[in-house]
Ligand binder design. Structure first.
Ligand SMILES: [Fe+2]
Length: 194
């Protein structure tokens, strides 16, 4: 091999290494960008389609439970897929929790539901702690599925009380104009974070 041929070969190998590294970075960036778009669509869609705050929150509840069921159905052999799905669930719950904590729960307390206000906040705290545990856990660990099931059960109990008792009572107490204003305020709070 001549010296110039050796130099060309070395440059080509070097270039190909850089090329594959750059491609890998671009592919990763693309996956992250798509995951971010997916998270935004998943968290914004339910309330964007609803005309009323109560209906919007109920749709978000359904969307979260559906996303948890999808994660539970994802085999442990796909830990990265589980991580992306968990990230989406965290985004959905984060937006939802902020809408409730910043707008809806204060309205419940204003209406005399002080005990419910404290209980709902405590339940949100427990949900956030479970999401933290799931984030830290090995996604292939059988304990991940156990904690995920506990999260689902806690959410369902919390959602039933909101949807069946507390939220309809609040909507009933407010005038049509007050409910419209509450819907706008809640949607604005949600858009600010997701
Ligand atoms: Fe909720």
């Amino acid at each position: 091999m001549t010296r110039s041929h050796a130099r060309r070969t070395h440059q080509t190998d070097h270039g190909s290494v850089l090329g594959s590294a750059a491609r890998s970075v671009l592919v990763t960036a693309g996956v992250v960008a798509l995951a971010n778009i997916g998270r935004k669509v998943a968290s914004q869609a339910p309330t964007a389609m609803a005309s009323d705050w109560c209906e919007g929150l109920a749709r978000e509840h359904d969307a979260v439970l559906t996303a948890i069921d999808k994660l539970a159905a994802t085999p442990a052999e796909h830990p990265q897929r589980r991580t992306v799905q968990l990230g989406m669930i965290k985004q959905m719950i984060g937006k939802h929790a902020l809408e409730e904590e910043n707008v809806i729960y204060p309205m419940l307390r204003r209406g005399g539901e002080g005990d419910a206000f404290g209980k709902l906040h405590k339940e949100h705290g427990e949900v956030k702690a479970m999401l933290y545990e799931l984030t830290q856990m090995d996604k292939a660990d059988p304990g991940f599925d156990v904690t995920l099931e506990q999260l689902r059960e806690a959410l369902e109990t919390h959602m039933r009380e909101e949807e069946d008792v507390l939220f309809p009572a609040l909507r009933e107490r407010l005038s049509a104009e007050e409910n419209r204003k509450l819907t706008r305020t809640m949607n604005l709070a949600g858009v600010m974070v997701a």
